[in-house]
Design a protein around this ligand. Structure first.
Ligand code: F6P
Ligand code: MN
Length: 322
């Protein structure tokens, strides 16, 4: 099986970008080890702190953030980082070319139940001549990403990665510490009978999503004339991995549960990298009204509605939004 560096170099990935990706993966291997140790590593449970978004931080959120932050800033390969667990961006090497936005441990409420979690990352180039401390260097639409990926800490540790030439899957061989290519080009089937949404929010959704989901639930007795199955892992990284592996529609739509927070998922380090992976595998990623990767961000922790996955099913869902 092939290791990651030669696969990426053959694709024309620069040594600089490869080095940055390998730096991220070095931190992820350490996170994988800690997550795998579970209760033995003494890092399950919550801290007494909240992040800037008002979410209680898990000990593993803080640890994963620190590992990624330290290794990235020490490597000299990044100009600045933005993280779910950092209030503001953090400046790195002023002469470096790349900036990285990441969710250090997505789905962290799953850590305490020994269920799926993962690290999501998005890599962009800093604008020429920009200041490393300037937050606005991250205000670029997702189609500017030069690479995106996630590392899923499941029964096996897997990397999904794109540098704009398809989406590939690698599996961490823990006996030697390398990510080995296990699926060359992921292709999301255009049709599906599986969807993922947190239905406990149903009464708060907008009419378009209410109508779409009602029609799925009506199964072969409804207008879709076929039965659908539902899955919800409560970690975007796990749900998107299933969609990349066997198709499906994943959505976290706009809702009115908390008027101050109509959307849940963050654009820069959740929606954008997942959108790039999904599009590179033949799927679609939209907010319901526009392509996720065309959104011009205006804040580091900006949130967006997300509907992504199998092309034909997402298009059907978007039809309800017209
Ligand atoms: O990071 C936000 C997140 O944890 C996603 O990974 C996941 O899809 C979603 O929130 C779960 O939301 P809920 O708790 O509403 O099911
Ligand atoms: Mn997350």
């Amino acid at each position: 099986m092939r290791r990651l560096p030669p696969v990426l170099l053959e694709d024309g990935c620069s040594r600089e970008l490869l080095s940055l990706i390998r730096t991220i993966l070095a931190a992820c291997k350490e996170i994988s080890f800690r997550v795998g140790q579970g209760a033995l590593s003494g890092v399950l449970g919550s801290t007494l702190d909240e992040n800037i978004q008002g979410e209680t931080q898990k000990k593993l959120d803080v640890l994963s953030n620190q590992l990624l932050k330290d290794i990235l800033l020490e490597s000299g390969t990044v100009k600045a980082i933005a993280s779910e667990e950092e209030d503001y961006t953090v400046a790195g090497n002023p002469d470096a070319k790349f900036i990285v936005a990441f969710d250090p441990l997505d789905g962290s409420s799953n850590t305490d139940i020994n269920s799926l979690v993962g690290t999501i990352f998005s890599i962009m180039e800093a604008p020429a001549g920009s200041d490393a401390a300037d937050q606005s260097i991250f205000m670029q639409p997702g189609h500017k990403q030069v690479a995106a990926g996630y590392v899923l800490y499941g029964p096996s540790t897997m990397l999904a990665l794109t540098t704009g030439k398809g989406t590939r899957m690698f599996t961490l061989d823990k006996t030697q510490g390398s990510f080995l290519l296990t699926q060359d080009f992921a292709e999301i089937p255009a049709d599906t009978n599986e969807f993922a949404i947190n239905t406990s929010n149903q009464r708060h959704w907008q009419p378009a999503m209410q109508n779409y989901i009602n029609d799925l639930l009506a199964g072969d007795t409804g207008p879709r004339a076929k039965n659908f199955n539902m899955r919800w892992i409560a970690a975007m990284v796990g749900d998107v991995h299933r969609v990349l592996s066997r198709g499906g529609l994943f959505t976290y739509p706009t809702d009115t549960k908390d008027p101050k927070k109509p959307n849940k998922l963050r654009l820069l380090y959740e929606a954008n990298p997942m959108a790039m992976l999904v599009e590179q595998a033949g799927g679609i990623a939209s907010t319901g009204t526009e392509r996720i990767m065309d959104i011009q961000p205006d804040a580091i922790h900006q949130r967006v509605a997300v509907i992504l996955g199998s092309k034909n099913e997402v298009e059907t869902c978007l039809g309800y939004h017209k």
